[in-house]
Write a protein that binds this ligand. Sequence first.
Ligand SMILES: [Zn+2]
Length: 163
Amino acid sequence: MRTRIIPLLASAGVTATLFAASAGTAHASTTALVGCGSAGKVTAKMCRLYKAASSASSKGKYHWDSVGCKHSDPLPYHPQGRACDLVYGKIGKSATGDNRADGAKMVKWLVKYHGKYSIDHVIWQGIIYSPNGNWHGHADKNCKKGSGVTVCHRDHVHVAVKP
Ligand SMILES: [Zn+2]
């Protein structure tokens, strides 16, 4: 009897160890979310970018609305906490004047530091900045004639980081 119980316990122990190891891997995953101040819950990469972008854009030039980063979306970036929307002026209203100029400055900064902050893509004013086009910008096919202000990113800068 004794020789039978010991192997069972040993095998249970192995199972528990394997489980703990895989749980540890899940926590170390880049898709794990961290609390990041007003950005809410985002990935560690997004949080690092958020903090750097906040200090780079003399504060107050943009705001993060209540659904600024992690929110539902057909694409994976926002639901995974890998994207944030920086609103210039008011959501639903095309940015003009200083707001538009400030958004353009933010985009310039994001494009400049895309490598340092593992940025996947940036969208502003119907233009996508990504490795596709070597970060020079190309038309967003989702922004067609008659598309809304927000769909065309005329009111906010969208930025996503890699997983
Ligand atoms: Zn977005």
